[in-house]
Every structure is written in C-alpha cells, then in structure tokens.
Design a protein around this ligand. Structure first.
Ligand SMILES: [Zn+2]
Length: 168
C-alpha cells in the first residue's frame, strides 16, 4: 500500500467524467488499497480515483475509524438510484484543503454499486455516509462540491483558497 499524491482544485483531471471499470485487475486492487491508505493519511472520509489523477469510476469511503472493517466501502461504477430527505452540514474535500462550507445533501441515498467480480449490490447510506456517497459520485462525474455554489461565492472561495495556498 502506498499513499498517492492528491491533485487539487484547478487541475483539469478533476473535471473529467470518468470511465466505467471494465474487467477487474490486480492493478485495481492496488489502486483501491492505495486510496484507503491515502484517505487515512489525509484524515479524509473518502477519496475518488480522479483525485489521484486516475479517471476511472472507483472511490472509497472509510468511516471505520480504524476499528470496523465493514465500514470500508469500495464504490465501483456507482450510481445513485434513489434519494430521500435532506441534511445541512459542513463539507470539505481533500482536493480543496482548508475549505469547509455548509452544503445541503440528501439525508438518505441508495447506490447501485458494482463488485470486483462483476455482480451488483445496492448500498444504502444515511447522514454522513449519504453525504460521502454523493460527494464521491460527484468526483467521478467531474464535479467538486464548491460547484454547487453560485459564481460569486465560488470566486470568493477560490480567492481564499489561492491565498491560503500561496502562504504554504
Ligand atoms: Zn472530495
């Protein structure tokens, strides 16, 4: 397992509609392991393959806090098929470090998800997990969470982000 370099806001690879996974391979097992490792290293709940520069429909969500392996979820060609309710809460992104903003998301979502062997399952997520599923599926469609805001707020965030980066 290795921590991979996370690309950040402004990189064109974050804006691409990623490709579906075809046949599973050992390289994809490696990618999944690396994504979990990278998310943990960065203290993130999840990370999508495009964030390490690979435009393929794979993302991981890890709310296990290192104790519950069942809370480690691999999303493969995921598709949100149903959503219900709404929640308002703070959201951030490993590709936009330092920026956290309140964003409305569905309270509950159902995701059609592929397994490595090619079969399909339906996942259900509520609260934090629903937010994480939406956030990661957005990444696979080339969408960052800041794009939900209007142009004025987005510009404001971009300036704040650039200022922070220039100080690093
Ligand atoms: Zn993100």
């Amino acid at each position: 397992m290795a921590v991979r370099k996370v690309i950040t806001w402004g990189d064109p690879r974050l804006k691409i509609n990623s490709a579906d996974v075809g046949e599973w391979s050992p390289e994809l097992d490696q990618l999944v392991a690396d994504l979990f490792e990278t998310a943990r290293d960065e203290d993130g709940v999840g990370i999508a393959a495009p964030q390490v520069g690979i435009n393929i429909n794979i993302a991981v969500v890890d709310s296990s806090c290192g104790v519950d392996p069942a809370a480690r979820i691999v999303l493969i060609n995921p598709e949100i098929v149903r959503q219900e309710g709404s929640q308002v809460g703070s959201e951030g992104c490993l590709s936009i470090p330092g920026i956290h903003e309140v964003l409305e998301r569905p309270k509950q979502v159902w995701v059609k998800n592929r397994l490595p062997d090619g079969s399909w399952v339906e996942l259900e997520g509520e609260d934090l997990l629903a937010r994480a599923f939406c956030h990661e599926v957005d990444h696979l469609r080339g969408r960052l969470f800041v794009e939900y805001f209007g142009p004025v707020k987005r510009q404001f965030l971009q300036r704040r982000y650039n200022k922070q980066r220039s100080r690093e």
